[in-house]
Each structure stands twice: as C-alpha cells, then as structure tokens.
Design a protein around this ligand. Structure first.
Ligand code: SF4
Ligand code: SF4
Length: 88
C-alpha cells in the first residue's frame, strides 16, 4: 500500500539525542547518547539528505512494516515513541 502524508515530525530532536537507546542506532552515538550528526543549535540533522535508512521513517515503513501496519497506524506508533522520548 502506498502512502501520501509525510510523517509528522516536529523536529524536536529527541530521537537524535537518544541514539544509544536502540541497538539499530547505537553506531551513531557520539559518546553521550547524542548522534554525531546532530546540530545542537538548530536541532537538525547535518546529513539529512544522506542520513542512514534507520533514520527514515518512510523508508523503514516500506522495508519492515508495511505488511504489518497501515501507514496511519505506523505514524501513530512512532508518534507515541516521540512522546516517550520527549518525556525523558
Ligand atoms: S522524536 Fe519524533 S518529533 Fe522529535 S525529531 Fe524525532 S521523529 Fe521528530
Ligand atoms: S543521522 Fe541525522 S536523523 Fe539520524 S539520528 Fe543522527 S542527526 Fe538524527
């Protein structure tokens, strides 16, 4: 199934500041849990256009989750994860 709406990321930076929490993103850890490509000032990714596949919600959906969830469900699950990271 294709999807059209983009993932509603509001660029809080919480996922990029907790890359140590997932085995899949630990290789990005600069040493304190923050991704080595995270810009503290802008809260943005400095390699956004070439960021790893694990950082791409839509790519992860297509690769690993499209048979299990609708895009709307996948957005909801990830939005919950954003909120949990934000409450840390
Ligand atoms: S935690 Fe969620 S809302 Fe915040 S930057 Fe990451 S994906 Fe976007
Ligand atoms: S590569 Fe970019 S999008 Fe991925 S965790 Fe690091 S700063 Fe965030």
């Amino acid at each position: 199934m294709s999807h059209t709406s983009p993932f509603p990321c509001y660029q809080c930076g919480a996922c990029c500041c907790n890359v140590n929490r997932s085995q899949e993103t630990q290789f990005l850890d600069s040493g304190n849990g923050v991704c080595r490509y995270y810009d503290y000032n802008t809260k943005l990714c400095t390699i956004y256009d070439t960021r790893p596949e694990i950082c791409r919600v839509d790519k992860q959906y297509q690769l690993n989750y499209k048979d299990k969830y609708s895009w709307a469900e996948f957005i909801e699950i990830n939005t919950i994860a954003c909120k949990i990271l934000n409450s840390k």
